[in-house]
Design a protein around this ligand. Structure first.
Ligand SMILES: [Zn+2]
Ligand SMILES: [Zn+2]
Ligand SMILES: [Zn+2]
Length: 96
């Protein structure tokens, strides 16, 4: 289990409030799907609180729900081989 630094090539105004965390790749699973026995396609991690949830290709779209309920703006992929970061408020990638 490796812990990666999040590398932002184009940080936005919300990065400071997110207090960017290190993330683990790969993640164990969507925390919300694990609770309800759901399935996920890809995993995202919230950089504000570390919450791991599933992407918009997954049936439950927990990453988007997490943003809508918490207003935590920045997520990163925790898929192996992916290291992009996304801001929900700006709707733009902060790194590639
Ligand atoms: Zn932003
Ligand atoms: Zn989920
Ligand atoms: Zn969060």
């Amino acid at each position: 289990m490796s812990v990666s630094n999040v590398d932002l090539s184009a940080p936005c105004d919300h990065v400071e409030q997110a207090q960017i965390r290190r993330v683990k790749r790969p993640a164990r699973g969507c925390e919300d799907c694990l609770k309800i026995g759901g399935q996920w396609v890809h995993l995202r991690a919230c950089l504000t609180c570390g919450h791991v949830s599933c992407c918009d290709s997954s049936p439950n779209r927990h990453a988007t729900k997490h943003f809508q309920t918490t207003r935590h703006p920045i997520v990163t992929s925790v898929e192996v081989g992916e290291d992009w970061t996304w801001c929900y408020i700006d709707e733009q990638f902060l790194s590639t």
